[in-house]
Design a protein around this ligand. Structure first.
Ligand code: NAD
Length: 266
């Protein structure tokens, strides 16, 4: 089995840190060209690009706010200028703005919906337009692949995070509807839905021994996830090894979706 991604081009949004960075380096290791997108952290984005080059990929860095239509157009135009081709979008950028429901401001609601849901819509739409125009090409069996970074909270309700859960629930139906609509164009669309993976977004859930102990009660497999766990799945979904998979949500969560409270019976 050969993953065979060499020479293909990916845009990964929000890839200066966390899961986006892990996926970017993982795909770089397979010889891909990677567009590292960042919002604020210029230095970290260049660090990611340097690591991609070190492991054998090519990289450019592009600043863009995924919630802004003009920025998204610029992101895809820069990719075209540098590599002349697109094979994969990983719509990964996301954030949280947590509050108790009755205290949640409209700004907190809009910030999360704009980045985590509308930002994915804008990037997926741009990618789909390009894939449709390109058609099936020498790089593989499909015209292009889209991976949406969702969350176990596209399924598990999350008190104190209603905006985030609503955005990820929206991503699930957006992804499935896109997959249905774009399959005839040989465009594959899937979601990766992580449980708890060690990144800055959820630092308070793992940085002290007490927090980690509480977290592990939710994870039957007994460990927190690491960026490479997600990067490996990303490479599989990007490759023709998964050519017959579209419209799927793959939960990568050490069993968090298995109602862990029931594991001792009762
Ligand atoms: P992270 O905070 O390290 O990464 C998020 C990235 O998105 C950052 O680099 C940030 O700068 C970028 N970003 C934020 N707003 C942006 C914007 N407007 N435009 C462009 N980029 C923007 O956290 P992470 O854990 O790596 O999160 C990545 C994705 O994974 C998110 O969509 C998150 O919801 C999802 N996720 C993470 C976990 C986890 O356990 N870490 C679990 C489920 C889902």
């Amino acid at each position: 089995m050969d993953i065979n991604l060499k020479g293909q081009t990916a845009i990964i949004t929000g890839s200066s840190t966390g899961l986006g960075k892990a996926c970017a380096i993982g795909l770089g290791r397979e010889g891909m060209n990677v567009v590292v997108n960042y919002h604020n952290s210029d230095q970290e984005a260049h660090q990611t690009a340097a690591e991609i080059e070190k492991v054998g990929g090519k990289a450019i860095v592009v600043q863009a706010d995924v919630s802004k239509e003009d920025d998204v157009a610029k992101l895809f135009a820069e990719c075209d200028k540098a590599f002349g081709h697109l094979d994969l979008l990983v719509a990964n950028a996301g954030l949280q703005a947590d509050a108790a429901f009755t205290e949640m401001t409209l700004k907190q609601w809009n910030t999360v919906i704009n980045v985590d849901l509308t930002g994915q819509f804008l990037c997926c739409r741009e990618a789909a337009r390009i894939f449709r125009k390109q058609g099936v090409h020498e790089h593989g069996k499909s015209a292009g692949k889209i991976i949406c970074m969702s969350s176990v909270h596209d399924e598990i309700a999350w008190s104190g995070h209603v905006n985030y859960a609503a955005a990820k629930g929206g991503v699930k139906m957006m992804m499935e509807s896109m997959a249905q609509e774009l399959a005839a164009d040989k465009i594959r669309v899937n979601s990766i839905s992580p449980g708890a993976i060690r990144t800055d977004i959820n630092k308070n859930a793992w940085e002290t021994p007490e927090a980690m102990e509480d977290l592990l009660k939710l994870i039957p497999y007994g460990r927190i996830g690491e960026g490479d766990d997600v990067a490996n799945l990303c490479a599989f979904l990007a490759s023709d090894l998964s050519d017959y998979i579209t419209g799927a949500t793959i939960y990568i969560d050490g069993g968090m979706m298995l109602y862990p409270g029931f594991r001792y019976g009762g």
